[in-house]
Design a protein around this ligand. Sequence first.
Ligand code: DC
Length: 226
Amino acid sequence: MMSDVIPVVTVDGPGGSGKGTITQMLARRLGWHLLDSGALYRLTALAASRQGVALNDEQGLVAVARSLDVAFRPTPAGEPVRVILAGEDVTAEIRTEQCGDGASQVAVIQSVRDALLQRQRDFRQAPGLVADGRDMGTVVFPDAPVKVFLTASAEERAQRRHLQLKESGVDVNIAHLLDEIRARDERDINREAAPLKPADDAQVIDSTGLSIEEVLSKVMALVSQA
Ligand code: DC
């Protein structure tokens, strides 16, 4: 990956495919920066609700997206990056189903996506960037030398989410989670603005039945080859 442009590894895919864990580990191993683009859509939805901006108020949402006062604070290995909105730690809050659902709604609006575009590209800093999202390889970093599309069956993703929630003390019905995952997939895949799909030059990795280490070593192999 020797060139004078700053390298980027894009990891796109549906929610629950393991992207978040894989990209955090990958960025740590490479010593590169990390962009969690989903967090920006979640933060837009959260900030909108706090400012009383409705999720169908396009102009209002664009203004919220443009003025997001956000910082990502690195943490010791194994802990999630802290997400700070206007000085307040909202790391846990942006992970709720409600925020995810709001994010999925604001993400269908092209002007909101445009408002977040440059902010995402600004994360491309030396020595390199690992970018996690839905359109990292297709829209935001089309010139990335390594593009991964990470997927897993909806059933497996529902199970992973169920386990995750259980560990944090929340017991939700798995059939309900599966319905939600399918509904969000449907919206992400079928929207007009930057629909969820692999870039033509992306390597598709199906993580169903694979451990995190197995997926990570597949991605590391792609990075080493590039
Ligand atoms: O990855 P996530 O679950 O945090 O993403 C939340 C929502 O944001 C998801 O429904 C789709 C949207 N999103 C997007 O449209 N484009 C991105 N690059 C990242 C997320």
